[in-house]
Ligand binder design. Sequence first.
Ligand SMILES: [Zn+2]
Length: 273
Amino acid sequence: MDITRQQRHGVLFYACMDPAWRGAAHGFSTRLGGISPAPWDSLDLGANRGDDPANVRENFVRFCAAVGTDARSLVKNHQVHSDLVRPVTRADIQSDPAAPGVYEADGLVTDEPGVCLTIFSGDCIPVLLYDPVRRCIAAAHAGWRGTALGIAARAAEKMCGDYGCRPADILAAIGPGIGPCCFETHVDVPDGLRGGLGVEADPFIHPLSRAGKYQVDLKGANRRWLELAGLDPDHISVCDACTACRLDIFWSHRVQGNARGSMAAMIQLLPTP
Ligand SMILES: [Zn+2]
């Protein structure tokens, strides 16, 4: 199952078009297809980046229309680089798509159709999960701290523990984020990953010739967390696009700092046919 680039109504996004994903509308946004001016040009979906909320609202309407979700059904977190996964229902919907999330967490899970789980990223790794058998979905925001803590695995475990999913049924899409090509770190990031994954982290840590510097593969580490949670490796799709390499289609916190917009990933269960 590949994650491929799609374009609909002028909005560029990434999604898994495999028929297995048909029951869950979902997508990973890019910066293309919205109305915001520089430095948020143009599909800024961030509620607190300084952009006009009217622009963010319209951008959500456009992105949701492109991926087939409902802009009036968004549920968000106040993201804090944790491993907290929050079960949500329709009662958690914030009717204004431009409203910021309030509850501190980095994962969302639900089994209710009509709830659009939404997480934000700008280099961090967005992870979407879908169980087409139990009909349950999750979304997680995995920066390096969240990756070290295993937020993607925590989301899968929440689906299994609280909703009765079986790991073998869960499909995963790991979206656009910073690649090892551009994620050069000090030893704190490798230490963090080893703290969570132990020796399983080693394949994703590449020492550079300069002392104390490393390249780290966060997407690979998130994939490994999901495999350790029991997911079938064939059910895990990874987008190879690097946000820092492709500033023409993405924003990168590492390259651009705070003068940028925010991308989002979202997923919503479709009604049963
Ligand atoms: Zn790169």
